[in-house]
Structures are given as structure tokens and as C-alpha cells.
Ligand binder design. Structure first.
Ligand SMILES: [Zn+2]
Length: 169
């Protein structure tokens, strides 16, 4: 039987592109694999350029491997990490730098939302607010040592030092 080698249709392209880790150039439409993974609406399987493997078969095999041999999976992941530590660190740093604003923003939004929810809750149930305050007081009493460095006196002294310095210069 002649080997089928066709370009992907738009749906299959969209499917590949929905996963940012997959490269469109690496896939083509081939004959339906022996496990019958035809792409919806076609008589074709999405296969890998390099070896012709069906993308869904590969995924199933990887899934099975993860389930059956968790130690081997961990070992292989650790080895990969060791061998590629430099590039991985670099990539991580890049991701972090690109994302830092987004992350702060999301954290802030989440906190504001929570604050709003708590406010409504406390308005409806003032006794909960009292309980919360009592819990705070109790926690403070039990952990007094931790808050020494934030004591009012110390903060005032630090402020005075700063304003003195500004006055001198
Ligand atoms: Zn398959």
C-alpha cells in the first residue's frame, strides 16, 4: 500500500497549535493507525514527521508509561534536568521575567476579590468579624516575639533616623 503523506487540514492544524509545545511542521496526515485514531471527520491519523508515529498512540503510550513505571519516569526526568540544567534555568529565568508583572497583577486581583468577599461576609455576619479579631489578638499574644521588630517604638526610632539623615544632607 502506498504511503499516505498529506498536509493537515485546518482543524488538525488548529489542534496541533492549541498545544504550544507541538510544532506544526513536525506533523502530517497519514493513513489511519492500527489503533484506529482517525482525526475527526477524516480517514487520516496525525503522524510525526520523523518516524511516522501516530500522535494519539504516542500520547497513550506515554500515559501508560507514566502510570506503570513512575520510578523510571522520575529517573528520566531527573536525568534530562541534570543534562540540560543550564538551558532550563535560562528558560525559567526568561519566563519569570516575562511574567512578573502578570503574576503580581493576578495576585493583587485575587486578593482584592477575596477582600471584597470577606467584606460582604462580615457585613452579613458581624459575629464572624468579632471572632476573626479575637483570633488575631490570640495569635498575636502567642507569637509576640515575632512582632518585636515591628514594634511601634522601633518603627518610630527608624523613622526618626531617616528624617534626621535627610535634615543633615
Ligand atoms: Zn494511533
Amino acid at each position: 500500500m502506498a504511503r499516505i503523506y498529506e498536509p493537515l487540514n485546518d482543524e488538525a492544524k488548529a489542534y496541533i497549535q492549541s498545544n504550544p509545545r507541538l510544532k506544526l511542521d513536525n506533523y502530517f496526515f497519514g493513513s489511519v493507525c492500527k489503533n484506529g485514531h482517525n482525526f475527526p471527520g477524516t480517514e487520516r491519523s496525525i503522524r510525526r514527521e520523523e518516524n511516522g508515529s501516530c500522535i494519539h498512540c504516542l500520547r497513550e503510550r506515554a500515559e501508560q508509561w507514566r502510570k506503570e513505571k513512575p520510578e523510571e519516569v522520575k529517573e528520566s526526568r531527573d536525568r534530562h534536568r541534570r543534562e540540560n540544567i543550564d538551558i532550563l534555568r535560562l528558560r525559567q529565568r526568561e519566563r519569570y521575567a516575562n511574567n512578573v508583572l502578570g503574576r503580581k497583577d493576578r495576585a493583587k486581583q485575587a486578593w482584592l476579590k477575596k477582600k471584597e468577599e470577606l467584606k460582604t461576609l462580615y457585613e452579613q455576619h458581624p459575629e464572624l468579624k468579632q471572632e476573626q479579631l479575637a483570633r488575631h489578638r490570640d495569635y498575636y499574644r502567642r507569637n509576640k516575639g515575632r512582632y518585636k521588630k515591628y514594634s511601634k517604638r522601633k518603627i518610630l526610632r527608624r523613622l526618626a533616623a531617616i528624617t534626621n539623615k535627610q535634615a543633615v544632607s
